[in-house]
Design a protein around this ligand. Sequence first.
Ligand code: PLP
Length: 475
Amino acid sequence: MDDRTIKTLKQLPKIDEILLILEREDLARSAPRDFIVDSCRFVVAEMRSAVMAGTKRKAGAAPDLSAESAAQRVKERIARLHVPSLRRVVNATGVILHTNLGRAPLCEAALEKIVEVSRGYSNVEFNLATGKRGLRYDHVRDILCAITGAEDVLVVNNNAAAVLLVLNTLAAGKEAIVSRGELIEIGGAFRIPEVMEKSGAVLREVGTTNRTRFADYAEAISDQTGMILKVHASNFRIAGFTEEVELTELVELGMKRNIAVMNDLGSGCFIDVKPYGFDREPTVQEALKSGVDIVTFSGDKLLGGPQAGVVLGRKEIIEKVRQNPLNRALRIDKLTLAALEATMRMYLAGGDAVQAVPAIHLLTTPVAAIEKKARKLLRILNKLSLRHFAVSLKKGYSMAGGGSLPTQEIPTILIGITPRTMSAGKLGDRLRFLDVPVIARVADEKVLFDLRTVDESEFVYIREGLKEIDDRDGS
Ligand SMILES: *Cc1c(COP(=O)(O)O)cnc(C)c1O
């Protein structure tokens, strides 16, 4: 180290000096004391590195080493702490059940119920009729049984938990028979073979990736068998030379050999999506009608409710699953339960869910209605006379997401923004940095807003956001 560097390092501010400035500005209590002191040290360390780096590069301008400048940087760190992290965003991706963006938006009734139940106390585990302890599952049992025809109900934290819990209850230390074509990975590292291992069940793979026959299952059954598991392929399709065994056949086999059969549906759906132009998807009701012992599915995929795992099926099995100590660790909380109950109620009144449950509504909105919405946004954006962006209308496709209805193209209308002075990727970044972030697609040097997942009430964020970026971007 040369003399000049040593001299410069001596000018670094003292922690106490920085703290004094913060105290004078009444900021010393805006965050925990230890955090503030750590931040001072961090900032001074940064300054020291800058000095060292500057010496190496023999750079001209000396860095600002004043205590004021350090205090300013500490203030910025404190300010960042006060910015809410979990926030609303505008989902302009057209992926309806976007797992990273929170999957299903909740219906109004669910939101109201969450507030009502959580502001004060509730009867979450209190039976008002008897004045004794109640079961939290009772709040959704009658509704779910009425909609699906199931004998009994259990709800847990999410579907991964539901699968783990049922496997552990019925097949720990035993074998669970699964087709090789169904050993899937869902996003976020949920892999059926790994979940099985954690549940204590031994995976007994049968068949091949593309073809599994009835005989494969029948021959695998032994006195080690705990259950037969059928898993919905969810996020992929095997096309071409394929064969799989129908659920009804597995149910027959299970009955004959006295073995429980479970169907992990992944995205449980109560309504037939075929009339809306989709390929046939088995509904929860159909799966149960086949006589399967247990079905499991997510609350926040096509069902359109909160994150939850729903387990439906035969009473004596549900009872066993409920009493598994692991259930206590995976239990559903009261906010989720409130939202789930309110959402399930939407399915009681016939076709109401298509209007009232946002996820189903977004999925089934006809493209003509989306085009109308898109033209409205187009007019709004054209009125801004943006200098740096060209705005256009395009046809495209939305996606169900959440491992639901993969490979199914859902026609939609997009608004395309072509930037003249920056890359589309850069514009995508800028939109993400807005106070209300707008998450869009970027393709073909355009930023694309899919109007299927954007509500008219959110146009204001797109309009103001683009205007702000346009204004700030000079040339
Ligand atoms: C999505 C999915 C799961 C996991 O459900 P989460 O609610 O995300 O925990 C499990 N199995 C299948 C088949 C799925 O599609």
